[in-house]
Design a protein around this ligand. Structure first.
Ligand code: GLU
Length: 632
């Protein structure tokens, strides 16, 4: 099958090496900006569109097997958008951007142009994995004590003060990520890629339980902002299940971005000024009792936002090569280190509880090192090579015994290791983990064998709670991922212009140089353990990919207790507690879907172009995985 020729700018983009900084639009920061990709003007929305019927919800198919390309996401609308792009000859990047923007419409509390994320791309022609770091950045004027209440001298309480605030809003990276990804690897213009989500926002989608529940969960803080209340609580109520939700403001914003490019229509100009004003002086209702501390984001921060193109992390695990997201995310280094630690034991030969015990211990050790060493590499020295060194992992694995070690456990000594068992150095206490369980993830492959794994977020479910007035999208509260209280030894301390440490772990696994598996998940810092557990389930414990995704989860992030889904506790709690000495506590309230850990997505690559696309079957309402040509 012949490939669609790539546009010149995309071909040139491939020449950009790791570590380069990209301006919005994908041009190297030092280069003269290229003209926006010539794009057909987006058709104007018909006046009657608002009255048109909503787009009906596609089926929630959790597993699909077939050929010619595949998509998976937590949302059937987004997955169908991606599938349509693939069927119409688009490639994986075209589909991924179209899906991501559709998620910004149907999953606006988890993702959208007000947030950031990490885009991992496998190019079948060159056999290379490359990544885009579209993480939000701290404003250039953000003081290091920004999270200390000037009135009390004490840290702002995380909830509600920091969560619903201007001070936690970072400069969004998602618009730049979409534009740059398309220029580097896509065949469609940004305008073309945004058309399906513009239609979805204008015509509307059918509200499901998850959307309604997430709206209800945010009722108090959404009510604090007239613009948010008007959009998400029409008539003062969360939209009913089965009703139509339209977002014409977002349709207009996306149309402008598609027509004029992100630099003119988002990072500079009237929208940039409005975003900065909204952050610096959050437009609250007079009746709210929420404090809503103002933020520091300026038009200069938006104008100066730079995407980073950088090399992925790379580690080998039992003959597979695992590519992940390098810092500013801790995903790649922490998943990779834990796998290296686990590689020393043959998990397929041991019984399941013992394998799970080792998985929990390896995860705790890797999290200890993450806390001590990982932050934005533009600001702190991250010893990535050491963290991913087999000898370092071998030494860390010495800590794993027949029963659970005391936690929090200490980080290893990255300056002095030789792979043999000995003492490890104690340096820091792990900072409190304040990440939440929002975010969304998608996996795509096309008929040419390209793969995209993309995790994007606005941080909390509902982000900062602040809709940019009249623009139809929520601003992130990603800066809450920084450690609240400044400590000069903490790699994740607040610094102006810095990216807060993430846990997002979009992962592509190759075997013999060809794609074997692509996977990722939402879920704050549990993203790391979810990706790790799915890998162990599938590669070591003999589970099929659908089983590996559906299996109950447990997350050990170097804390005294293991957070586990109730089904995990029911299945393994007794033996892991009584025999191995772990202390398991139920995630969420232990009763409802709030206890879900990670609605993941994945694609497994088989022989002769056969793929198995898998979405979460139950968590967060279940997702949708489709293939272009189903296997018979
Ligand atoms: N802020 C999180 C991170 O970057 C993602 C948000 C979440 O999943 O809660 O790791």
């Amino acid at each position: 099958m012949s490939r669609t020729p790539r546009p010149l700018v995309a071909a040139l983009g491939l020449a950009l090496a790791g570590g380069l900084v990209l301006a919005p639009g994908g041009t190297a920061a030092t280069a003269t900006p290229t003209a926006p990709t010539a794009a057909p003007a987006a058709p104007a929305a018909p006046a009657a569109a608002a009255e048109a019927k909503p787009i009906a919800a596609p089926p929630k198919t959790a597993t699909s097997t077939g050929y010619g390309g595949a998509v998976s996401s937590v949302d059937p609308y987004a997955s169908r958008v991606g599938l349509t792009v693939l069927k119409n000859g688009g490639n994986a990047t075209d589909a991924a951007v179209a899906m991501a923007s559709a998620l910004g419409v149907t999953e606006p509390y988890s993702a959208g142009i007000g947030g950031g994320g990490y885009f991992v791309h496998y190019d079948a022609r060159t056999g290379t994995v490359q990544t885009l770091d579209g993480r939000e950045t701290a404003p250039g004027r953000m003081p290091t004590d920004a999270f200390i209440d000037p009135e009390t001298g004490e840290p702002y309480p995380f909830t509600p003060d920091l969560v619903t605030s201007g001070v936690s809003v970072g400069t969004p990276g998602t618009p730049a990520t979409w534009e740059t990804a398309l220029r580097r690897w896509g065949t469609r213009s940004l305008s073309q890629a945004l058309q399906p989500s513009i239609a979805l926002a204008r015509k509307g989608f059918v509200v499901d339980d998850t959307f309604r529940q997430q709206t209800e969960d945010n009722r108090e803080r959404f009510s604090a902002f007239p613009a948010t209340r008007r959009l998400f609580l029409p008539g003062g109520k969360a939209p009913a299940v089965g009703s139509t939700f339209r977002n014409p403001d977002l349709a207009d914003t996306l149309t402008a971005i598609g027509r004029r490019g992100t630099r003119a229509a988002f990072y500079t100009g009237p929208l940039a000024r409005l975003i900065a004003r909204t952050v610096q002086d959050p437009p609250t209702s007079s009746s709210t009792t929420l404090p809503v501390p103002p933020g520091f984001l300026t038009v200069r921060d938006l104008r100066d936002y730079r995407l980073r193109a950088q090399a992925p992390t790379r580690s080998s695990y039992r003959g597979y090569t695992v590519f992940g997201m390098a810092p500013s995310s801790s995903g790649g280094s922490t998943v990779g280190e834990a796998l290296n630690i686990l590689e020393g034991s043959d998990l397929s030969a041991t019984d399941e509880p013992d394998a799970l015990h080792r998985y929990l211990e390896a995860s705790a050790l890797a999290f200890a090192d993450r806390g001590a060493h990982v932050g934005d590499p533009a600001y702190v020295d991250v010893p990535l090579r050491d963290l991913l060194a087999d000898r370092f992992a071998a030494e860390r694995a010495c800590q794993i015994g027949d029963t659970a070690m005391a936690k929090p456990t200490e980080p290893g000594d990255v300056d002095d290791y030789d792979g043999t068992c000995g003492a490890t150095a104690a340096t820091t206490e792990p900072a409190e983990d304040t990440e939440n369980i929002s975010t969304t993830n998608l996996t795509v492959t096309d008929r040419w064998g390209d793969v995209v794994e993309y995790t994007l977020t606005i941080e909390q479910t509902g982000g900062s709670g602040i809709v940019v007035p009249g623009k139809g999208f929520l601003l992130n509260n990603e800066l809450t991922d920084f450690t609240t209280v400044f400590d000069p030894a903490d790699p994740n301390r607040i610094q102006p212009g810095k990216r807060p440490r993430s846990s997002m772990s979009p992962t592509i696994v190759l075997k013999d140089g060809r794609p074997f598996l692509a996977l990722g998940s939402p879920g704050g810092s549990t993203i790391i353990t979810t990706v790790l557990q799915m890998l162990v389930n599938h590669l070591d414990l003999g589970m099929s990919l659908p089983e590996a995704i559906a299996a109950p989860r447990a997350s050990q992030r170097n804390t005294a207790t293991v957070t586990a889904e109730p089904a995990f506790i029911a299945a393994y709690g007794t033996i892991l507690e009584d025999v191995y000495g772990h202390d398991l506590v139920p995630s969420g309230d232990g009763l409802t879907s709030a206890s879900d850990i990670g609605a993941a997505t994945a694609i497994r690559f088989g022989r002769k172009g056969r793929v198995v696309a898998v979405a979460e079957p139950v968590r967060r309402g279940g997702g949708a995985a489709y293939v272009v040509r189903p296997a018979r």
